[in-house]
Design a protein around this ligand. Sequence first.
Ligand code: DGY
Length: 350
Amino acid sequence: MAESRPRVWVSQPLFDDIVDQLRAHCDVETTQAVTRYTSTDLAEKLASLEGALVTLNERIGAAEIARAPRLRAVANVGVGYNNLDTAALGAAGIAATNTPDVLTETTADLGFALLMATARRITEAEAFLRAGQWNTWSFTNLLGADLHGSTLGILGLGRIGQAIARRARGFGMRVLYHNRSPLDAKVEAELGASYVSFDDLLSGSDHLVLVVPYTPAAHHLIDAGALAKMKPTATLVNIARGGLVDEVALADALANGRLAGAGLDVFEGEPTVRPELLALKNVVLTPHIGSASLATRRAMVQLAVDNLLAALGFGPDAGRPPCLVNADALDAANAGGATAGDTKTTTIKR
Ligand code: DGY
């Protein structure tokens, strides 16, 4: 009897020519419209699948996989995967993957664009012009802060943070960073970046960019107390995840002159943006477009497709998805033995 093909679902419209590669091995259901799914929608969808290709819109944890006995792989199109409960997926024998590296430089570009736009008040200046307020050229109008010669703080000197540090060197900036632990001295020297404590990063930066992964422990890392330690002339840029910042405290600091400006690509309740932030002139707001160049978004989808196929046992990396993010949880589940009546055969090799 012919073996049945795995059923996979692609949760959002991506690039059909790339997604179609899945059809060589799988029965594929795609989606024509950008869709917001409830937890119940996702649980219903996942119930009959072996694999899913999802984006940060889809939050998948224990509740969503409770009725998905055949599910073997969830491939996230994104480097951040806080939308996935990787421990719950691993415990259920489901491989979870992400798309690192391919978006590093594009996301660093956007981070730098926001740093520049925020420091030089670009969107505020454009709004002023478009509103017909530019009646006389004024020497003191719309004065901003310099990037060149200033101190850039990077919270999270990982792949994207390092790409930002390389750009900062070209701008003649001094670079400070904070991570859980300092990087190798050679890497620091190459980047021209100096490790400082979290508090020193806050107080020493003229411009601070957040590139740290969002975890429950990092929730509201930038709260009222942290903002109070920053220079009132400083700017803050967030290209990581909205939950890192207490947006109410941020809006209050921006409205009351305790911080000069903020550039935000990510929001706690996205796609909803707090009215307090929308009302401010000294914020530059973009709708989570960090990795949104055509070439990079295509590369992300390709990597996610490669991950999914590999996790389902196809292609050159069969059984070895290139970007597995829950290896430990899968190992623990495998060590614990298969659940009675389990119909899946997840064989992730490492
Ligand atoms: C990511 O990859 O985590 C981005 O935020 C989504 O493009």
